[in-house]
Design a protein around this ligand. Structure first.
Ligand SMILES: Cc1cc2nc3c(=O)[nH]c(=O)nc-3n(C[C@H](O)[C@H](O)[C@H](O)COP(=O)(O)O)c2cc1C
Length: 329
């Protein structure tokens, strides 16, 4: 097998510019990082794109891929143009978001049952724009049979990459990934293919690579949120350091970065707690971690909770698979 290559998947509300910047500085192991999706790019000078999320001074443009949720080719061209002007080389189209309020409007995974509409949108995009476009999708909205109709459409256009989260939309993030369908589709897809879904530890990664030996690029998601050393560990890079200490410093800086950029205390702490909802699984006692962190309301309380977590529990790493087995509390 070729050396594996890893990407960091986007997480609305978690992997913002602050997270991505500090993740690259502290942990690394990924060659691309995707922004959580943008929407509503109504004008040629959209305010939403001028925020720090895409600020060229705060983002490494050689590794950051801005993502858009849309069903409108005009908006996609506008978004790609604005990103290109800011120095980004690729934009990503979200065809995977499963949330009903998105999918019911035929956006994200809600567009997957309509290959003709996707065809039309891609046709319009590529007739007006030559900025690299990749797609992140699922195998379908309600059935993986939808993928059979989608592949020929994707194949007709010069997409830079196709990233597939091997679930259907209605599965949300539950159930198992469908490696069998991926395996059956690999040879039919003419674009560079990136696998995404449930890579949480060495075991799940090995399972994936043995089922899909043709694939060498993988997007990591919840596994990295739970254990930020996952990518370097899977590559086999020796990170000779005190992991708990490093993680603690990263978390302190992350909160500081958010607060000092003007984020409200409640918002910044909410985002930290969201991250802890994944991190807790890589500690030896997720129940204690969650009990300490979940009710925190003030920055001082937060720092005290984190101090106690690192004093009273151990960071063991690669724990997210446990969340699938145990009752989530
Ligand atoms: C809270 C949450 C927010 C997410 N936000 C996005 C997003 O903005 N764009 C996107 O393409 N995927 C988003 N995802 C999906 C992840 O990027 C990833 O595809 C998914 O978690 C499957 O990978 P994993 O099993 O490795 O976690 C989100 C997932 C979750 C749970």
């Amino acid at each position: 097998m070729q050396e594996p290559v890893f990407y960091l998947g986007p997480f609305q509300g978690i992997t913002d510019m602050h997270y991505r910047r500090l993740f690259a500085a502290y942990f690394g192991g990924v060659v691309k990082m995707f922004t959580p999706f943008f929407t509503g790019i109504d004008t040629n000078h959209s305010k939403s794109l001028r925020k720090p999320e895409l600020d060229p001074g705060l983002n490494d443009r050689s590794v950051t891929v801005p993502q858009l949720l849309s069903r409108n080719a005009g908006e996609m061209v506008r978004f790609a143009g604005q990103c290109y002007e800011m120095g980004f080389h690729e934009v990503n189209w979200n065809l995977g978001c499963p949330f009903p309020r998105v999918a019911s409007k035929r956006r994200g995974s809600g567009l997957l049952p309509f290959p003709d509409e996707i065809d039309q949108i891609l046709n319009d995009y590529f007739s007006k724009c030559d900025i690299n476009l990749s797609i992140k999708c699922r195998l379908g909205l309600s059935s993986d049979a939808e993928f059979d109709e989608l592949v020929p459409v994707f194949n007709r256009y010069p997409l830079s990459e196709l990233i597939v989260h091997a679930r259907t939309g209605i599965q949300m993030y539950k159930g198992t990934v469908n490696l069998k369908k991926m395996k059956a589709s690999v040879q039919l897809i003419r674009h560079p293919l990136i696998y995404n879904g449930d890579i949480f530890d060495h075991e799940s990664f090995e399972n994936c690579t043995s089922e899909l030996p043709e694939i060498s690029v993988f997007m990591l998601g919840r596994g990295v949120l739970s254990d930020p050393f996952l990518a370097t560990d899977l590559i086999g890079i020796n990170t000779n350091c005190d992991r708990s200490e490093k993680l603690k410093t990263f978390l302190t800086e992350l909160l500081h970065s958010r607060l000092s950029s003007g984020s409200h205390e409640a918002t910044a702490l909410g985002r930290m707690k969201e991250l802890w909802s994944y991190l807790r699984w890589s500690f030896d006692d997720p129940v204690v971690v969650w009990r300490l962190i979940r009710k925190v309301k003030k920055t001082g309380e937060y720092h005290e909770a984190v101090r106690r977590i690192f004093d009273e529990t151990w960071f063991v790493g690669q724990g997210y698979a446990r969340s699938m087995e145990e009752k989530v509390f």
